[in-house]
Design a protein around this ligand. Sequence first.
Ligand code: ZN
Length: 406
Amino acid sequence: MRIAALLLVLAPLFGCAGLPGLSGGAAPSDPVALHFESIVIDGHSDTTPWFQDPDWDFMERHDEGHQDFPRMREGGLDVQFWSIWMGRTEGHGRAVRDAVERMDSVHELVRRHPDELVLATDVAGIRAGVAEGKVVCLMGIEGGHIIEDSLPALRTFHRLGARYMTLTHSFHTAWADSSGTNELPEPEHGGLTDFGREVIREMNRLGMMVDVSHVSDDTFFDVIETTSAPVIASHSSARGVADHPRNMSDEMLRALSANGGVVMINFYSGYIDEALVEPVRNVFRSLGPRFGELRERYADDPKGRRRAYRDLMAGVDIPQTSLSVLLDHFDHAIAVAGADHVGLGADWDGVASMPEGMDDVSKLPALTAGLLERGHSPEVVRKVLGENLLRVMAAVEAAAEGVPAP
Ligand SMILES: [Zn+2]
């Protein structure tokens, strides 16, 4: 254990792949060595609005929230897909503009910290960035409403670096049904419309991963029927462990596996612990009017609104599940979809309650230790931590029709 303790101290300094003598070869069975030697990739973080707040510094360690650079280093998290997310927007051009500004904030963050961060848009870039000991940043669009029914907008977001798009957020778009978040909405299209299928084919052509998190079951199966490349669920868990519409049924997990895709497990206590689903729903139902007031009061002040939401949530007690329940989702997804089809998509800063012992990104080594304790081999754990996503991304790149890099 002495070596393990030393690695824990050194790993943040060297970055994962920089540890001498550890790259390549068989995966080590020591959890800390395995964790810091592996490429650790997370599929979904909602921290991005803070990048647009000049008074919030990503490079500083924060007591609140789930993610910043020092805690990523501590947790051995090498690669993050930053979510370009927003709720429902009104008015022509508003969603596109907000997305452009949010994507710009990721580019600007990387520009200001070239020694620590690098932007990547392909597998080669991810591997190179990790080998240099940098935190690798990618972007995913969360919610098909953001393209405003425009394939040129979709293509432009791809040119700006977006490498996946979640087809819906928690509400239907004009071309795809959503699963909702707390309540299951009435279906509107019964899956994908013809234009929705066109969006999928265009994403395949571009080499942009199709993300099925947040979509309705009908949309999911329409996507599987339409896509010519493997898909991802960037932040979804297993309905076989906790029955929530945001989680995936065993049938969906098997279809995702046959498609060659990957399900990146969401850590949110309110989705993954069946005993907490209803209590957490009730907390949010009771907070609805307060959120409405704040939305109105800070209609033209997104920074003020963000801080007011955070202060409101700080005073609300959202129950936490255990790390063991989270591990049950990994076990279940590995058993049903197979070890080649599971990854991590915690939903950092997008959800109100992480499991005990997984309070922020710095705690990620506990996941690796837990997976080994559950009997998964070091090789399987390394795939789950990042290699599975890299395989899917490479397959999506290979299926793209020679779209040149900008
Ligand atoms: Zn989400």
